[in-house]
Design a protein around this ligand. Structure first.
Ligand SMILES: Nc1ncnc2c1ncn2[C@@H]1O[C@H](COP(=O)(O)OP(=O)(O)OP(=O)(O)O)[C@@H](O)[C@H]1O
Ligand SMILES: [Mg+2]
Length: 234
């Protein structure tokens, strides 16, 4: 499919498949069209030409509201509210036994349940300014749990360009690895270390897919990718 904002062509004959429950990473220079591509996948924009199908159904025919309920979107600067863990995850959903169970399951899938259970007040512990101090990686896990609580199938992550400390970086890589197979993940990555284990990496250049494959394949066959790897000092 192709897409432009007005006259300006941003994505040019981009074609690829996403397999359910796999991890797909999008990399490329600033302005290459990564966020635009992700917004199209989220159903925010329709392609100008070409086709997106979901289980063989044209995306145009799929109810957008229903589709978007199945999508979670998280950034590397997750929002944590000055409230309890339960409210942070359930988004102030009614406090029932059933929802408590759902919250626990989401925390577990997001690999943060153990941490929460180690706290004196468990899910009722407060986060934020007057609460428990959590690391960048833990904040992200809480925000992943918030998305999983909604019962999503597709998790979109747009990694911040700002430099992350190596501990947070490792945390993010672990978070992605642990979610593997539970939801489909599409991640825009600036730090290649976070997507080492992605099933497929798409390298975007000027709105086209310059190369695609797993990390090892790209390292072998893509000069552009090799350059990125070298720049980041692998
Ligand atoms: N709403 C918009 N209207 C017009 N042009 C836009 C809009 N959003 C993005 N663009 C342009 O589209 C191109 C691709 O932008 P996009 O945000 O997809 O890049 P990106 O790969 O995500 O970059 P970065 O790594 O900096 O986040 C850029 O040239 C940008 O200026
Ligand atoms: Mg972007």
């Amino acid at each position: 499919m192709s897409f432009g904002y007005g006259e300006k062509r941003i994505l040019n004959s981009v074609s690829f498949a996403i397999v359910k429950d796999q991890v797909i990473a999008i990399v490329g220079e600033s302005g290459s069209g990564k966020s635009t591509l992700m917004n199209i996948l989220a159903g925010l924009f329709l392609p100008d030409s070409g086709l997106i199908t979901l289980d063989g159904i044209n995306m145009k025919e799929i109810d957008r509201n229903h589709f978007q309920k199945k999508i979670g979107y998280i950034t590397q600067e997750p929002v944590i509210f000055d409230d309890t863990i339960y409210n942070n995850v359930s988004f102030w959903d009614k406090d029932t036994d059933e929802n408590r169970k759902k919250c626990k399951e989401a925390l577990n899938k997001a690999s943060v349940l153990e941490f929460v259970e180690s706290l004196e007040n468990k899910e009722d512990s407060r986060l934020g300014n007057n609460g428990v101090m959590v690391s960048g990686g833990q904040k992200q896990r809480i925000s992943i749990a918030r998305e999983l609580y909604k019962g999503i199938d597709l998790l979109l992550m747009d990694e911040a360009t700002s430099a992350l400390d190596s501990e947070t970086e490792l945390g993010i890589q672990e978070n992605i690895d642990k979610l593997r197979g539970q939801v489909t993940i599409i991640i825009i990555a600036h730090r290649l270390s976070t997507i080492k284990n992605a099933d497929r990496i798409l390298l975007l250049k000027d709105g086209e897919i310059q190369a695609s494959g797993d990390f090892e394949e790209l390292e072998k066959h893509s000069i552009g990718f090799k350059k990125m790897v070298a720049l980041q000092g692998f």
